[in-house]
Design a protein around this ligand. Sequence first.
Ligand SMILES: Nc1ncnc2c1ncn2[C@@H]1O[C@H](COP(=O)(O)OP(=O)(O)OP(=O)(O)O)[C@@H](O)[C@H]1O
Ligand SMILES: [Mg+2]
Length: 269
Amino acid sequence: MSALALDGVHVDLDGTPVVRDVSCAVDSGGWLGVIGPNGAGKSTLLRAVAGLLPRRGRVAVDGADTKGLPGRELARLLAFVPQSPILPPDMTVAEYVLLGRTPYLGYLGGPGRHDRAVADNAAEQLDVARFAERRLATLSGGERQRVVLARALAQEPRLILLDEPTSALDIGHQQQVLDLVDDLRRARGLTVVTTLHDLTTAGQYADRLMLMDEGRVRASGRAAEVLTEALISDVYTARVRVALDGGGRPVVTPLRDRAAGSTAEDAAG
Ligand SMILES: Nc1ncnc2c1ncn2[C@@H]1O[C@H](COP(=O)(O)OP(=O)(O)OP(=O)(O)O)[C@@H](O)[C@H]1O
Ligand SMILES: [Mg+2]
């Protein structure tokens, strides 16, 4: 049984089809990287899977259709980290990460010792525990992004949907966050879906890639099957070279148009 199964998922936004007939399956502990150009429908797909947009088609987590599932139950199954989260500016980091425990709290009870321990651990793992008492408005963009990830991990979901989780992170924190997600899927069987614009990184971490274009699945499979020069140049209208690293993973290098990049000196020489 797949941890996540999409069957014919379709999303209209204001009458415009933005996600069209998307089907895919991700095994428990698997990592699906959703790639594709701006406007391809990646964020819309993730939001629909998270139950935040009306959709047609079937979304099943651990075999159970998520349609009609109460919000609390859905939130124990999956956590969603949006591309540009809106944060309450006056809340502290510790308070915000603790919100991840909301789906586990009784209707009248506040967080208990276990909830605080889980939240503290998530903050520690994302290197934001040292900001615990700071207000969210005072954090840098990358610090904020890590706090939102900490909240999602505090939720202890089966499935985590991360929309461009590393867009604001420096290279060290990018690796730290992606390695942490990778550890969690190996250790706990956490199932991961990310969108990532960096194609090389997407191919290094995800075990399968799904390339979207104009709302549809254009290609899916292992990184080496999807990250080809032909497909990338066609779908992104980009000039790239694809080489394989020592482990056989594709490395995508953008190439500058030589004519456009030449200087007056080159021309004279
Ligand atoms: N309310 C709406 N009505 C019509 N089209 C919309 C609406 N909201 C979003 N769209 C369009 O849907 C398309 C898909 O948007 P989406 O945010 O899913 O793209 P994306 O693949 O995540 O892109 P990016 O790489 O830029 O994050 C875009 O062309 C967007 O302009
Ligand atoms: Mg997006």
